[in-house]
Design a protein around this ligand. Structure first.
Ligand code: MN3
Length: 199
């Protein structure tokens, strides 16, 4: 399959003041579009044409770095837009809260560890909550990598590339991560992905 840029599931200014219209205009309309266009060019003539996005990401990892970078970032951003919503954050759905408490100690401890993963990622990358062998885990990855290539299923991720926060937060990556968790996350979508991964 070829890659296509989806519309944002909300208006460009709908996440203000936590993420500005300008950030989304650059991040979605330009950065994500570039991954889509570059990915489509790099996909042509490879063994991965006709495969699903997940198959392309996993198959190109460690084999075709340029294709992996763009396909991986396309996969990450497809979810990233849906991991946020206007008036996001707030209380977690019950089933997800219970699982986080069981596997990671408490919601507060999870948030602390997730922020630490994002702050601790040196340079560009992502922080994650994923399901591996039935258990939740927090991790970080460089560049366009995701837990998908490490045998896990991502259910929440945050982009810590500077293009994701520098217009709004400058160098304050911890403040961006806190706002992401407290005011932007679409927890219903996270629970939906957890349910699908737990099946
Ligand atoms: Mn990005």
């Amino acid at each position: 399959m070829s890659f296509t840029l989806p519309d944002l599931p909300y208006a460009h200014d709908a996440l203000q003041p936590y993420m500005s219209r300008e950030t989304l205009e650059y991040h979605h309309d330009k950065h994500h579009l570039a991954y889509v266009n570059n990915g489509n060019n790099l996909l042509k003539g490879t063994e991965f044409e006709g495969k699903s996005l997940e198959e392309i990401v996993k198959g190109s990892y460690g084999k075709n770095q340029a294709l992996f970078n763009n396909a991986g970032q396309h996969y990450n951003h497809l979810h990233f837009w849906k991991w946020m919503k206007p008036k996001g954050g707030g209380a977690l759905p019950g089933k997800l809260e219970k699982k986080i408490t069981e596997d990671l100690g408490s919601v507060a401890k999870f948030k602390e560890d997730f922020i630490a993963a994002g702050v601790g990622q040196f340079g560009s990358g992502w922080a994650w909550l994923s399901v591996k062998n039935g258990k939740l885990e927090v991790s970080k990855t460089p560049n366009g990598e995701s837990p998908l290539v490490h045998g896990a299923t991502p259910i929440l991720g945050v982009d810590v590339w500077e293009h994701s926060y520098y217009i709004d937060y400058r160098n304050r990556r911890p403040d961006y991560l806190k706002a992401f968790l407290d005011d932007l996350v679409n927890w219903e979508y996270v629970e939906e992905l957890y349910d699908a991964a737990a099946k």
